[in-house]
Design a protein around this ligand. Structure first.
Ligand code: ZN
Length: 204
């Protein structure tokens, strides 16, 4: 029922995206890549590639909201709606090794804020993930048909909670520092499934 009013331009975002280990068959920065570039070869990101990137997310004042610094790069299958559209568009066509900064309107990241009662949904407490005791103002994760979503607790009873379905970052202009650190062609199976497999990806 949550899904009905959250048709935002925001899917799982970075929440719940699995981290990749540094191994795997990615083209790594360094001598190997440079020698390939000298020969006129460069790997530009396009659909059906598994892309690995690092990011730092900043608010309007330049304050860091979120970063994967010190952790494994994010990895996803490009061109299959696995990443928020603004980030995917910004990465499209970039080369492995490129670093860039892009400021995106909310419509390309976590969506516009839904105001008033339309933003509130009743959810069974057992579907709230992230804590065992809930209080107003806390952020919970819920599973929807479109993947995991972050919601904010408005009030909570014994069995049911009222949540605000706006992502905590909805309505904000956000700046991303992005470094594309790896890319490889996806396998036929990954393309058929619509997500990345392998180290850090889906295992099934
Ligand atoms: Zn799969």
């Amino acid at each position: 029922m949550l899904e009905a009013t959250t048709a935002l331009h925001w899917r799982s975002g970075f929440v719940g995206i699995k981290q990749w280990s540094a191994k795997a068959s990615f083209v790594k920065l360094g001598r190997h890549l440079k020698s390939k570039q000298v020969k006129g070869y460069s790997m530009n990101i396009k659909d059906d590639m598994v892309v690995q990137f690092n990011y730092t997310l900043r608010d309007e004042k330049g304050e860091v909201i979120e970063t994967n610094e010190g952790r494994e790069p994010i990895a996803y299958l490009h061109g299959h709606d696995n990443m928020m559209p603004g980030v995917e568009n910004a990465i499209n066509g970039k080369a492995v090794g490129e670093k860039f900064t892009v400021t995106l309107p909310c419509t390309e990241t976590y969506g516009q804020r839904i105001e008033g009662e339309a933003a509130q949904q009743r959810v069974s407490v057992k579907h709230l993930l992230g804590a065992s005791v809930w209080k107003p103002g806390m952020t919970a994760v819920v599973h929807t048909d479109h993947g995991q979503r972050q919601v904010t607790i408005v009030k909570v009873g014994k069995f049911m909670a009222t949540v605000d379905v706006n992502h905590p970052l909805a309505g904000r202009d956000l700046t991303f520092d992005i470094e594309v650190v790896g890319a490889r062609d996806a396998t036929d199976e990954e393309i058929a499934h619509g997500h990345a497999h392998g180290v850090g990806g889906h295992h099934h």
